[in-house]
Write a protein that binds this ligand. Sequence first.
Ligand code: OKP
Ligand code: ZN
Length: 341
Amino acid sequence: MITVYSEEHRLHDGRQEFHRGKMHPCFERPERAEWILDGIRQRNWEIREPDPQVSLQPLYRIHRPRYLSFLETIYDQWSLVHPQDDAIAHVWSCRGHRQIEPESIYGKLGYYSYDAGTPITAGTWSASLAAVRTVLTAQQLVHAEARGVFALTRPPGHHAGADFCGGYCFCNNAAVAAEAFLLDGLERVAVLDVDFHHGNGTQSIFYDRSDVLCISLHADPAEAYPYFLGYRDETGTGPGAGFNVNYPLPTGTAWDAYSKHLLEALAVLRAYGTTRLVVALGVDTCQQDPISGFSLRADDFARLGELIASLRVPTLFVMEGGYYPAVGQMVAKVLAAFDAA
Ligand code: OKP
Ligand code: ZN
């Protein structure tokens, strides 16, 4: 399997995230990509750089222009006042407040984000754009008839919405790739999100659309991040009614229960007539993950790759979460089993 990877991800290097009353070193750090690359290199798979000429049209269709200019410019404005610190919001809009983009940098940060775990650094915009080029280059390879391609994206994407960042995510790489398949003339595109956390950004982007089916298996938001989205009764709206499927699972879920729901998800993908699949591949479902609560074991990741392959649909794997050194081993198990099936 080909991996597309850019070392520009390193430009996004947040110092700290706010969590449960104090600042902690960021879990989502450049080292993660090294861990993932280790797993890929051990298998001797080809690693390619993103095409610098790849069209960014799908990015502009997924994200609002004003949000993209916010991402591009906010750190420069912030650093004039706080040159030693990353940009991070400390105030957000809520019920009864105006939904407006204030002039103040603090107001803008609150308007375009939803948590305090997602610092914006000097290189966040460049790294995010490199991740988008990475996923779009990989998408082009799948479009040109590759059966499976891996986009080693960092920062991750599935929590980013049309006009907000959060959950370590800035641009929604998986959503951008799904949009690219549609722009290439395909129909019945689907996103299968297997990250531990619900992909609230992806769901919100496609919630009223029938051209991208979104299916997600994740920790029950009643007990886990992102808390405010990802419940079972969220099934889509308007023309998108029936095109969003959530499988919220309890803390401690292991392969036995997980795989039952995965088989259901695969049946939905089959019934839809999926032509191209984007897998939001988080491996933070592993028992080893320091910030998550499922109990998948190493060999379960091979089963995961095998089951995804059983769909027999050209598949783009997009990296999401996974915060422990063996993350590359789990990713490689998924991809190798997919290839072998
Ligand atoms: C991003 B992805 C840890 C608390 C959790 C946000 C989690 C974002 C996960 N300090 N904060 O879905 O893996
Ligand atoms: Zn996650």
